[in-house]
Design a protein around this ligand. Structure first.
Ligand SMILES: Cc1cc2nc3c(=O)[nH]c(=O)nc-3n(C[C@H](O)[C@H](O)[C@H](O)COP(=O)(O)O)c2cc1C
Length: 171
């Protein structure tokens, strides 16, 4: 029986979602992939571009992912919340990969508003329901309590992976 393969994929503009993603990858012994987009998003103009993309529900142009989504049993996708919405680079990633997912889970970092709306969109874009989802406030990440915020999420994912591996072995 081979170990289930897990991939953590994320986009981060200012490092908060990156911190969550790298902690998650460590906790799940997963591969890690950062999505890079082709739009300048630094500064005030960059902030406005993010908002415009989210209001228009516009996917970003992204650099092709290095790791093949289809090779993973579980893909855990993370985004910052932008204007009560999923970020444009993760919108593009989900659209481009929706036919390749076996199981998905979602996480986001946010200021305090709109995480459920972002998760609802991610579910729609991925074309499947997540095994679990987890929203972490940026303030918690800055306080350095990331592992505690992710503990329940990780335990649900590990339980799912154990169950999934047992089913694969039986079939
Ligand atoms: C353009 C833009 C829009 C945002 N909109 C929201 C929002 O609607 N709700 C919210 O709680 N936080 C919002 N935020 C805050 C980010 O979600 C939060 O700071 C997040 O942790 C940033 O993640 P990152 O550092 O990985 O880019 C917004 C940030 C940006 C840049």
């Amino acid at each position: 029986m081979s170990e289930p393969r897990v991939l953590v994929v994320f986009f981060s503009r200012t490092g908060t979602t990156r911190m969550l993603a790298s902690t998650l990858a460590r906790m799940l012994s997963a591969d890690l992939e950062e999505i890079c987009d082709c739009t300048e998003r630094r500064g005030a103009l960059g902030y406005l571009r993010c908002l415009m993309d989210s209001w228009r529900r516009r996917p970003a142009g992204i650099v092709p992912a290095a790791l093949d989504t289809a090779q993973y049993d579980l893909v855990v996708v993370g985004t910052p919340v932008w204007g009560g919405s999923v970020s444009a680079p993760i919108r593009a990633y989900l659209l481009e990969n929706r036919s390749k997912f076996r199981h998905v889970a979602f996480f986001c970092s946010f200021g305090g508003l709109g995480s459920q709306a972002a998760f609802d969109e991610m579910r729609e874009l991925a074309g499947r329901a997540p095994v679990a989802q987890c929203a972490v406030r940026a303030a918690e990440v800055q306080r350095g309590v990331v592992a505690a915020s992710l503990a329940l999420f990780v335990s649900i994912l590990k339980r799912h992976l154990t169950h999934y591996a047992a089913l694969e072995w039986t079939c």
